[in-house]
Design a protein around this ligand. Structure first.
Ligand SMILES: Cc1cc2nc3c(=O)[nH]c(=O)nc-3n(C[C@H](O)[C@H](O)[C@H](O)COP(=O)(O)OP(=O)(O)OC[C@H]3O[C@@H](n4cnc5c(N)ncnc54)[C@H](O)[C@@H]3O)c2cc1C
Ligand code: FES
Length: 335
């Protein structure tokens, strides 16, 4: 049976064919709902069900049962079970539409054993405008792409990235390993709805694993020396001390951010490590009895994000103040 869907924010209406997802139906009617992975992991397509109900073939990993109970759904996986009124009101309007450019590699240097610092420059006429936290798609010859978050405060031409080498990864172990200054890369940007929500004026709790630090660094750099910067706690999860590729630099951020607290957490620390051990989300849960007053930003491995959401909601975190940037794998998405 076909169902009617109304977008509360714009009053637009469209129809979903039997068994069609909310996102597919919207796109078929040329309505652009935000989306990225399209397989239920990144939660970019999260909507609020104002009226009606949906069903899933498989409950998506990017949604917690608690979020579903509060009326949230993932449009790419949700199939209407009745007529719907939906809202995606929390999203900020894009500051510019994605555009393609030919970028030039300006620098490459290792950041620790398996992270590469890649610097790119786009032509001046590109006049890049993007929000800290957004990402680029590096376009591959076969028509695929790989996504990487901008790792420094926005700049009209210069872009920085922290690229973790994935064993046998096509781009990170193949193409990226052969790049040299002067090489050209086709790219498309800006993408992504993950960014700083200045309207959410609460103490910031930033939680990252691995190169999930990159979009957080971009956000925090844009808040440096800003008298409106809220208090910031940064928890960074890595395996070993050697993996903490920006440890010294981060410690220096305390001079330029408000009430900055930095907690590295290692899951496979050796005996000499005197800091926190375990999983980063558990360290946060140990330190905060109540998260109801925080704006929480989660970046990195999808498994950490899923688990952190579940744990933090038991500490009274508000679903409306949780912002996630899930580093899903594009090869999976393509498959
Ligand atoms: C919005 C967004 C932003 C991102 N930002 C960054 C960033 O700033 N820095 C960064 O390092 N990565 C980032 N990623 C992740 C990165 O895009 C993927 O790791 C990418 O797929 C790697 O490409 P590849 O061609 O080297 O590996 P692929 O050839 O795509 O993958 C080879 C195999 O390795 C596995 N794999 C791929 N990626 C990962 C991973 N991250 N962890 C574990 N296993 C993996 C998969 O099973 C895959 O089949 C981001 C992803 C998204 C969606
Ligand atoms: S687009 Fe729906 S979860 Fe990623």
């Amino acid at each position: 049976m076909a169902f009617r869907i109304q977008l509360l924010d714009t009053a637009q209406c469209f129809e979903a064919a039997p068994g069609e997802s909310v996102l597919d139906a919207a796109l078929r009617h040329e309505l652009r709902l935000p989306h990225e992975c399209c397989f239920g992991s990144c939660a970019t397509c999260r909507i609020k069900l104002v009226e009606g109900s949906v069903r899933y073939d498989d409950f998506p990993p990017g949604l917690t049962p608690e979020e579903a109970a509060e009326g949230y759904a993932l449009a790419c996986q949700a199939r209407p079970a009745s007529d719907l009124v939906i809202s995606s009101a929390r999203r900020l309007p894009p500051c510019s539409e994605p555009a393609r450019h030919l970028a030039t590699v300006t620098a490459l240097r290792p950041l620790g054993d398996d992270v590469l610092h890649l610097s790119l420059e786009v032509p001046p006429e590109a006049e890049l405008l993007y929000r800290p936290g957004q990402y680029i798609n590096i376009l591959l010859p076969d028509g695929g792409h790989r996504s990487f978050s901008m790792a420094s405060r926005p700049h009209p031409q210069a872009l920085d990235f922290h690229i973790r080498r994935i064993p046998e990864g096509r781009f990170t172990s193949g193409h990226a390993a052969r790049l040299k200054p002067g090489d050209r890369l086709p790219v498309e940007l800006p993408h992504g709805s993950f960014c700083f929500h200045a309207e959410d004026y609460r103490p910031l709790l930033m939680v990252a694993t691995g190169t999930g630090l990159a979009p957080i660094k971009s956000i925090l750099e844009s808040l440096m020396d800003d008298e409106d910067c809220p208090p910031v706690s940064l928890y960074w999860g890595m395996r070993t001390e050697a993996d903490l590729y920006l440890h010294d630099e981060i410690q220096g951020w305390a001079d330029r951010l408000c009430d900055f607290r930095y907690v590295p957490v290692l899951s496979r620390a050796d005996a000499g490590w005197t800091g926190r051990r375990g999983h980063v989300q558990q360290a946060v849960a140990e330190d905060f009895e109540d998260l109801s007053e925080h704006a929480i930003y989660l970046c990195g491995a999808p498994a950490m994000i899923g688990d952190a959401k579940r744990v933090f909601l038991t500490r009274n975190a508000s679903v409306d103040h949780l912002y996630c940037d899930s580093f899903t794998f594009q090869s999976t998405a393509t498959a």
